[in-house]
Design a binder for this molecule. Sequence first.
Ligand code: ATP
Length: 772
Amino acid sequence: MGWRSKNAGKNDSGRYVAPARDQHGAWNQQPDASNHCFSTRKHRIMTALLGKLRNAKPSSVAPAPDTLATAASASRSGSPSLEETHASQASPHSKTMSFAYPPGSTPLPRYTIRRGIGIGGFGEVYFAVSDAGKEVALKRIQRNLDVELRGVSHCLNLKHPNLVALYDICRDESNQAWVVMEYVAGKNLRQVLDESPNGLTEPEVRRWFTAIAAGVDHLHGAGLVHRDLKPGNVFDDLGIVKVGDYGLSKFISASHRGGHTESVGTFHYMAPEIGRGEYGREIDIYALGIVLYELQTGTVPFDGESCHEIIVKHMTASPDLSRIAEPYRTVIAKCLEKDPAKRYQRIVEMTDAIGVALPGRANAIGIQPRGSNAIEEPIQATLANAREHRATKDVADPSHAEPAVVTPTLPTHPAVPNRGPQTRHRDEPFARAVRDSLSDLERWWQSLDHSPGAKAFLMLVAVFVLIINTHWLLPLLTLIGFIYVPYYIVRQMILHVSQQPTYAQAQRLASAHAVPSRPLTRSQWRAHMRTDLRAKHTIHRAAELSTSWITAILTTLVLGIGAGVIGLRSGDVDAFTLAPYGSIMAIVMIASLAILGLGKLWERDEGESLPRRVALAGIGAGVGVTAYAVNQFLMLPLDVGLAREIDSTTLPQALYMGHEIPRASAMVAHFALLFASLRWWKPVDPLRRRRLSLWGVAVAVVVEWAIHQVLPIPQPAGMLVAGGIAIAIQLSAPWINPTRKSTVAERSKLRQPSTPGSSPASEPIGQAGGVV
Ligand SMILES: Nc1ncnc2c1ncn2[C@@H]1O[C@H](COP(=O)(O)OP(=O)(O)OP(=O)(O)O)[C@@H](O)[C@H]1O
């Protein structure tokens, strides 16, 4: 077609520059709009990113947002090709892409490349024709990625009208892997959406959504998760919507790019649990929710100017659904649940909720939804056309007929309960067993071939049998309830704790796509972590607090026993000598529990000092009353160790009996002052510098001694209490190791140019470490 001579040429880096096709799929000399059409804002982000990447002025090149990962991965893998590509694009006037293979080349036997189509995260995609004339798309897996062929036949043998057919994975002479797939001539959804910035019309939304759902449903039925659902991977092939790029992220391993945390996909469509390495099919449901949102509004629900901002929004923010009408609003809200267990577990539940039926299926209640015919019929018709069309093509090129038409060997009905390992564990097994048994019973009951009268009689007999057995059934059920309810609560707590997104996960996810990373400053790390702490679920918070309390009680016991062993090593051990240790332990325990409780409330933000000190003074007053009561109860003398440098007669009568024995008011005042003087929220802050700061313990003891000079209480008990509290709370409060802050995607700082001054050293002294 004379492409090379007329339309193409080598660019500066010696690579071949592709022409672009017009909106009808015809190829012309203009740049490929398919890879450059996207909103100005994303253009800005991407150009800024590329500008940073290349350490040069941002160019006017506008790669699709989907290629964000491309740039990142290429950069991290150190592959020169994409760098070169972008380098070649750096000129403001050059909006072309460069490909390694020119038209007419035959890197794979039997296929002749006609032109380059685009460049994605894994490599270049070409339009090629087989010797027999079959049109195919060839995806060259670049950047030294490993192609894991085990299990790939799973994908190769999938056949569904709404899936882009994968024909084969081959290797060329240089052992580079190529994916041979169906060539789709039409636009992808990304292009369609970019042309409709306010979203699509209702029938179009339904048309796209139904077909995408059908394709993904088929994948799920075959036990596969797409993992990279996004508009750029959905095509309109002469009226038939097809989902492409499935399975690739699974088979193309990223061992050269840093292990299993490596993920592909675009940030805008990524489910929060991907950061935890969870790839259940709920991630597709989540991405479908985002795509549905975008179909309606033209924008994604979670956007941001950095990958990190987007990821944190996925993990913490609620989508703004005000522009979405029902039933889509409810459906999208459910799809975008942070907890995968709360999402739809099957595509068909989602389509039922919207009121569309997957092609070839009735919805859950067994009828075609109202108004769906207008959409279904053309789809069915085009599907039939497509089958015919493919049959003709397969005849034309027998070499590909086989892989494309092999019947899937795996169960394809989505109702087959092949839930992924990620979801299975969330179903409470006993509840599931009871549910299953009840539905079995119901099915058996419905299948009973008896008259209604006979059934009513059977029902009466069953009720009678139950009633006469209530004397043992009720206690048994109550006992089961007593065991099951706490078990269920604890299980839910543990699951919530394990499912909570953490900043580390966001960071991992970010770095999976990241450009070369650089260390976070301490204050940046704290700001990000604080967002994470704010987003914590209440149950998670409660679970953490109970764990801290239990740890504080145990720590206090250990400390008390240790102090007792040291203090009584050479004396008599009896109730009188043990009582002071018991008293100290009780006070430390109560004070620690109170401080940990307040700390849990305050961990969401840095907080203001004054209100916190006032609250602590109140807690201190309570601890003072408790201390007084415990001492009275144990009949401990309150005038022990009151020796001070100052004259005891100066002590006020209101606080001290006979100017020397502390009253309850003295204890209250003393502990209120002690608690208000120290910033006790620091040692329980999960973001403190060290888990246990001995400096903080020393400061607590010294401050206690200083207060003792003004408002004396029995010593050294007072100092032991202050030190004991400082140790117990630090050891039992959760702590996030700040060494996790080592890396973060550089692009998270696109908006805030790095400030060398904002180093850890620039943080106020004592910000996170001790109690002062
Ligand atoms: N089977 C196909 N037929 C026609 N065009 C295709 C086909 N597969 C991909 N393309 C086009 O090739 C270009 C690159 O696709 P590719 O899937 O590699 O990248 P991507 O989806 O943008 O990124 P990623 O691979 O990271 O998801 C896109 O413009 C896409 O529309």
